[in-house]
Design a protein around this ligand. Structure first.
Ligand code: HEC
Length: 189
């Protein structure tokens, strides 16, 4: 069966060619780019929020979070990257975690329950042609005015107006607020 042999020979040739042309994703560089994007997101939002609160108080801060958080995430979501904040107990229902994100949130909550530090914990994986990366977001003192247990009536009112299904209150200092979630679509060979 000469033809069959030829065909299989060609297949071997093609598969080894495509193997040679496919550069495996460089995970270390994807991870450092993900960390960079998270830092940009966090720092940009932090400065916009700080400025708004200083100028117009917490209610102005809520407006900025609503307008700017999704816009900043969008501006960092280019070239196949996607940057977001996700939480199971979310304020904006668009920030609901998907399966992988919910799994990582559950793992972080387990670590907190076991009194393990989650400060520098990150997760990364490649699956279904996607690089995925997640990092914990903890509740700091400044977050409590809008996410804590005691929220002033005017803040409560403003939150109610913007987010009738708000789940993101009642947090305590050091709680897990959510995760930064970053993904990149990997090039197909
Ligand atoms: C001035 C009020 C305010 C303060 C202070 C504030 N947030 Fe928020 N936060 C919001 C609003 C409003 C949203 C919803 C943004 C949106 O619509 O995407 C939000 C959303 C979030 C989300 C996205 C998940 C969700 O619940 O929808 C995370 C994570 C988050 N905040 C973390 C924090 C952390 C951490 C701090 C403290 C460092 C903080 N926030 C301080 C008002 C605030």
């Amino acid at each position: 069966m000469v033809t069959a042999k030829r065909v299989s020979g060609l297949l071997v040739l093609f598969s080894s060619m495509s193997y040679a042309q496919t550069t495996p994703p460089n995970i270390a560089s994807l991870e450092s780019e993900a960390v960079e994007r998270i830092a940009l997101f966090a720092n940009t939002l932090k400065s916009e929020l700080g400025e708004a609160i200083q100028q117009g108080g917490l209610v102005a801060g809520i407006d900025v979070c609503q307008m700017k958080a999704p816009a900043i995430a969008e501006s960092l979501s280019i070239n196949g990257w996607k940057v977001a904040r996700k939480s199971s107990k979310n304020r904006n229902p668009n920030n609901k975690p998907d399966g992988w994100e919910a799994e990582k949130i559950a793992e972080l909550l387990d670590m907190l329950r076991n009194s393990e530090s989650i400060e520098n914990v990150t997760f990364s994986t490649t699956r279904d042609g996607q690089f995925r990366f997640a990092k914990a977001i903890k509740v700091a003192p400044v977050c409590l005015a809008c996410h804590g247990e005691k929220i002033s009536p005017e803040v409560k009112q403003a939150l109610n107006n913007h987010y009738p299904n708000d789940l993101a209150t009642g947090y305590k200092l050091g709680d897990l607020r959510g995760i930064f979630s970053v993904s990149k679509t990997l090039e197909t060979p």
